[in-house]
Design a protein around this ligand. Structure first.
Ligand SMILES: Nc1ncnc2c1ncn2[C@@H]1O[C@H](COP(=O)(O)OP(=O)(O)OP(=O)(O)O)[C@@H](O)[C@H]1O
Ligand code: SF4
Ligand SMILES: [Mg+2]
Length: 381
């Protein structure tokens, strides 16, 4: 087994707010292997972006702070370094050369007053020490690589002259200009329409093969995960609830939260009258529920789960679930027999508004093929 390129251990990132301490990321551990794509999924507010920004050390301070016990071990040129502890200067170097990040909305990340070429060249000159001429040649090459037609001309255009999909391609070019070992993509296609989404994901896959980098792909679209990722972690309420290879986790979810997410999206090949929903909403990070943080929304919970927080049990190599059902599997079957578990009307114990993870229609009839798709249904490659 190759050594992981990134190993996050017990990451806790808290924000001091007027309303109290927000424990946005609260004890998260995971790893990323060389050359693989790790998906991070979970509902809005589960701590996905804060996890990514913590790895980049881009948490605004104040109000945010990464707890001193957290470890973010990155394997780079200098061996393994703990990114929680390296100097700001070293971190700037790592951000420019080893780890790059792309965001959901490229227009907010691109500078409107500089040409796209100038922005790629700046990255190349700063991090690779290229002279102006070489940087320009390389910028054109990068634009060509990310599928921008007539790059010799586009290199001198401004962001507003490009379409949304083109701008996201430029962002990818900037991110890859420094040949990073790890690329973090936070909802990179959410703002784009379905066909462009598929093209961008296809591009990321192709570039991953070419550059051999690892990718962390953050998305709320389970269809995208199914088609692009090798492994996945499911986050809820600032914690990892389930981890596993994509196929295992999709075909045999062990955690009720994962089960609820999967049941709330249309599954190709299955005819259902109504999709199930996870009742209620993600609780506030200022007041996480006691015991299992999912207990108010979970149909399988019992007294113990309201009182005691379950550990992230290892159920098989590389397969983990944070749930007491691991110790009490009969209960799952019993509740399913009695109530059906997650149902269209919501779980037994939950209250409040239904919140399917990605826009799911009331009546879904789909006839062919695997795997499951969320919302748009065509988000993958
Ligand atoms: N600067 C901040 N100050 C206070 N709270 C913050 C700050 N940034 C994030 N949070 C809180 O941290 C929690 C996790 O936010 P995060 O952005 O990581 O969610 P997410 O899983 O990425 O959701 P989404 O799918 O909507 O992007 C949220 O409750 C959010 O309000
Ligand atoms: S520990 Fe209990 S409440 Fe939490 S997910 Fe498992 S069964 Fe549900
Ligand atoms: Mg986010």
């Amino acid at each position: 087994m190759p050594e992981p390129i990134l190993q996050v251990e017990n990451l806790r990132t808290y924000f001091r707010t007027d309303a109290g301490l927000a424990r946005a990321v609260d004890g998260v551990s995971f790893h990323v292997n060389p050359g693989e794509t790790l998906g991070i999924v979970g509902e809005s507010g589960s701590g996905k972006s804060v996890t990514a920004l913590s790895v980049m050390r881009l948490i605004p301070r104040p109000p945010g702070e990464i707890h001193a016990d957290s470890r973010i071990l990155f394997r780079g040129d200098r061996g393994v370094e703990d990114l929680v502890r390296v100097s700001e200067e070293r971190m700037r170097h790592i951000r420019g050369n080893d780890i790059a990040m792309i965001f959901q909305e490229p227009m907010t990340s691109l500078n409107p007053v500089f040409t796209v070429g100038a922005q790629i060249m700046e990255s190349l000159r700063l991090h690779q020490g290229l002279n102006k001429r070489d940087a320009r040649d390389r910028a054109i090459e990068m634009l060509r690589l990310v599928g921008i037609p007539i790059p010799e001309q586009r290199v001198d255009e401004y962001p507003h002259q490009l379409s949304g999909g083109m701008r996201q391609r430029v962002m990818i070019a900037i991110a890859l200009a420094c040949d990073p070992k790890l690329l973090i993509a936070d909802e990179p296609t959410t703002a784009l329409d379905v066909t462009i989404q598929a093209q961008i994901l296809e591009l990321l896959n192709r570039l991953q093969e070419e550059f051999g980098m690892s990718i962390i792909l953050i998305t709320h679209d389970l269809g995208v995960v199914a088609e692009t990722c090798d492994r996945v972690i499911v986050m809820y309420a600032g914690q990892v609830f389930e981890e596993g290879p994509v196929d295992d986790l999709f075909h045999d979810p062990q955690n009720p939260y994962t089960e609820g997410l999967l049941k709330s999206i249309p599954r190709l090949g299955e005819r259902v009258e109504r999709l199930a929903v996870i009742p209620g909403v993600v609780p506030s990070p200022i007041a996480w529920p006691t015991g299992c943080r999912f207990h108010e929304r979970c149909p399988y919970g019992w007294e113990k789960t309201e009182r005691e927080e379950p550990p992230l049990f290892e159920i098989a190599p590389g397969r983990r679930s944070k749930c007491w059902l691991v110790e009490n599997p009969e209960r799952r079957e019993e509740i399913r027999r009695q109530t059906g578990g997650f149902t269209a009307k919501g779980a037994l114990t939950g209250t409040g508004a239904a919140t399917p993870i990605a826009g799911s229609p009331d009546d879904v009839v789909q006839e062919s093929g695997e795997p499951p798709h969320a919302g748009s249904g065509e988000g993958g490659r």
